[in-house]
Design a protein around this ligand. Structure first.
Ligand SMILES: Cc1cc2nc3c(=O)[nH]c(=O)nc-3n(C[C@H](O)[C@H](O)[C@H](O)COP(=O)(O)O)c2cc1C
Length: 363
């Protein structure tokens, strides 16, 4: 299987082409420091070719929900160092996903109690988890002024530097699935009339400035980016994604990044369309808004050359030994959905390695 073959570029040497996709699980302390369970959880999954962590806020003003981790303070760095050391000791590689909520968030979900802001004052339809354990109706966000845009770009750079100080092998800018860079790209969340809105060139400006700031902080070969062209999740609308993402990927391609991580779409086949514009490493995610990614479909993506690596999300939640299960065609365990966003190890770091009592076949 090509999925199980080694992959190398100038930056990465991976024992297989199975990437653990970023997944928010809300297991951090209220201050955003990952718990000991987080270290266990990722170390258990270290046989993945590459792990991309759950989204991590670069700064408290970008916190989207309670119990999402951060990479802003010395405490965060120390706590993440325990995670990266556990993964490295188990033989793995781990990238930090930098996730700024932009318009997402709520003062009662945030360590600093700040009000969320996005490119424009357009309300989200996602109900954030609050620190008191309830979920809130979305609130109307503010709109960034120029100074705030300058500040948030700086926050990405300092969080990226913190990630490297914490021992991560690199960072991934979360530009997908309705988070901040996506909010600048999409039609319905960016209504600005200044140099950050309107034309394709203007809408790409902040995502590219974030990328350049992260590259300046940690180097292009330690910087990846995730995009989800045309993804309608969380009420995002992109009427005509092809020209925008073709232009964006062409620009990103000049920056010699570690990788591009792309989700696919039923209306716009982004991976097939953008592959020809991207000369570096491409990670495909083929499960977003679809059935969980399986090994047969992932292998087909590699065989026909659509990507170099494939990311698996949900399959990793309940199968810490997913790589071994795919290798030996062993059954996959189901997810305990009610514990996806639990507070402790239950339904998180207590999924066992393969046991003959599980039901479904891998693939
Ligand atoms: C519980 C959960 C949390 C997620 N959190 C994130 C996240 O923090 N960042 C991100 O880029 N994608 C996130 N995703 C999307 C996944 O990375 C992945 O793209 C999606 O699950 C589709 O892949 P799959 O079919 O292999 O599960 C999340 C998905 C799930 C199920």
């Amino acid at each position: 299987m090509q999925l199980l073959s080694e992959y190398r570029n100038d930056f990465l040497t991976l024992p297989n082409r199975i990437v653990m996709s970023p997944m928010t699980r809300l297991r951090s302390h209220p201050d955003g420091s990952p718990t000991a369970d987080v270290a266990d959880y990722y170390a258990q999954r270290a046989s993945a070719g590459l792990i991309v962590t759950e989204g991590i806020w670069p700064h408290s003003t970008g916190q989207s929900e309670a119990w999402v981790p951060g990479l802003q303070t010395g405490r965060h760095v120390d706590a993440w160092r325990r995670v990266t050391e556990a993964v490295h000791a188990a033989g793995g590689r781990i990238i930090a996903q930098l996730m700024h909520g932009g318009r997402k968030g709520h003062p009662l979900a945030r360590v600093d109690g700040s009000w969320p802001a996005g490119p424009s004052s357009v309300v989200d339809d996602d109900r954030p988890h609050l620190l008191d354990g309830t979920k809130a109706d979305p609130i109307t966000p503010g709109a960034f002024d120029r100074a705030e845009i300058g500040a948030l770009i700086g926050h990405y750079a300092s969080a990226a530097a913190n990630a490297i100080a914490a021992g991560f092998d690199g960072v991934e800018i979360h530009g997908a699935n309705s988070y901040l860079p996506h909010q600048f790209l999409a039609d319905n969340t960016n209504l600005r009339t200044d140099e950050f809105g309107g034309s394709i060139e203007n809408r790409m400006r902040v995502p590219l400035a974030i990328t350049d700031a992260v590259v300046a902080a940690v180097g292009s070969r330690r910087t990846g980016i995730r995009l989800s062209p045309g993804n309608p999740q969380f009420n995002m609308r992109e009427a005509d994604p092809a020209p925008l993402y073709r232009a964006l990927v062409t620009e990103l391609d000049r920056r010699d990044l570690a990788y591009l991580h792309l989700t696919d779409n039923d209306d716009y086949p982004a991976i097939a369309d953008l592959r020809q514009r991207w000369h570096g490493t491409l990670i495909a995610n083929i499960g977003e808004n679809r059935e969980p990614t399986n090994a047969v479909d992932a292998e087909a993506v590699l065989r026909d050359g659509r990507a170099d690596l494939v990311s698996f999300g949900r399959a990793f939640i309940s199968n810490p030994d997913l790589v071994e299960r795919i290798t030996h065609d062993l059954p996959l365990a189901p997810i305990r959905e009610e514990l996806l966003y639990g507070r402790d190890a239950a339904g998180y770091s207590d999924y066992p390695r393969w046991e003959p009592s599980s039901a479904r076949r891998a693939g």
